[in-house]
Design a protein around this ligand. Sequence first.
Ligand code: RP5
Length: 159
Amino acid sequence: MFVRIIMGSSSDVEIARKVTSNLSKFEIPYKVSVISAHRALDDLQALVGQNDADLYIGIAGKAAHLPGVIAGMTVKPVIGVPVKSSTLSGLDALLSIVQMPKGVPVATVALDGGENAAILAVQVLAVADQALTEKLNDYKKELSAGVRDMNNEAAIQAL
Ligand code: RP5
């Protein structure tokens, strides 16, 4: 099992780092590439054409066609991460990724949402993996505990 993370430019690396650090928490193997759908389409076709990954995460800003083009090349699930990289504050990337034509979905997460891209990837991969499902249950418990800690903070209780 492994996830391919493809970003459109090395300028997207901080968002990719959010993905890799969260996949690592669940011990999910991954491979990272920089390949632009616009500037290196042949390379993208060659990589996705290998058909060797279980899931793809495409990270891109501006006219962010990368995740959609990946989705057009594979039947594996594709998660898209729009990057807030331009003068339009990322709205361009968000709409470019989320507004896919019917039949070719890209599961789009929030702007710069590398963390949720990783968690969603784990959830997809966990459907047929009980050990991974148990790790996700533990993760959810940690989230709950974190909010309980916030609730107990003295500054909150003093309001
Ligand atoms: C997109 O354009 C990339 O995904 C990046 O977010 C944005 C800017 O790319 P660079 O001009 O920094 O290479 O293709």
